[in-house]
Ligand binder design. Sequence first.
Ligand SMILES: C[S@@+](CC[C@H](N)C(=O)[O-])C[C@H]1O[C@@H](n2cnc3c(N)ncnc32)[C@H](O)[C@@H]1O
Length: 192
Amino acid sequence: MKLRDSGMPDERYWDSLFDVPTILDALEITNELVDVAEMGCGFGTFTIPAAKRISGTLFAFDIDPEMIARTAERAKAAGMRNVDCRQRDIMEQGFNLPAGSVDAVLLFNILHCESPEILLGQAAHVLREGGFVLIIHWRHDDRTPRGPNLAIRPQPEQVIAWAQLNPSLRAIGRPIDLPPWHYGLRLTRLTN
Ligand SMILES: C[S@@+](CC[C@H](N)C(=O)[O-])C[C@H]1O[C@@H](n2cnc3c(N)ncnc32)[C@H](O)[C@@H]1O
């Protein structure tokens, strides 16, 4: 099922809303991460820059075939061989990656979905112990130029509370300010 309020505007406009290098730096996306999974890659706004930083494969998932095609096209244009684009309904079907197989799961502008605790559980399942769920979302502010309705837009405290419901996950540090419009959060997958 396509998650609520997840339609996309014009690609160039969407890409203009983020300071991508600053966001990836703040979330510590570096070559110390090997394989990474991304839920809802959209146009590949973060997929391609993140794949350039990591040392393994970036598995990019989206329910929308046009988004998958666009991300694959951008990866090819950038000469990247470590982007693996897969059309899939992650809410219904999960990632279909081996348990404990990735170093990080990216949930960018995603957690306003209907069942965030299910999605966090799917992320925890594919993460290795000590791996990371890396999150950004729109600030809870009606001046943001895009973003889901404020009534369903989660604040960082809400995301931390959802994570606390999962015995495998724990928030690391405090929410990160990502001007102009976003915040970030890092969760870690605990040892069983
Ligand atoms: C708001 S966009 C965010 C895109 C990207 N994460 C970013 O921040 O640039 C949400 C994306 O999630 C995708 N999506 C929605 N429901 C999904 C599902 N059930 N499984 C996989 N992808 C989904 C949409 O097609 C859309 O591309």
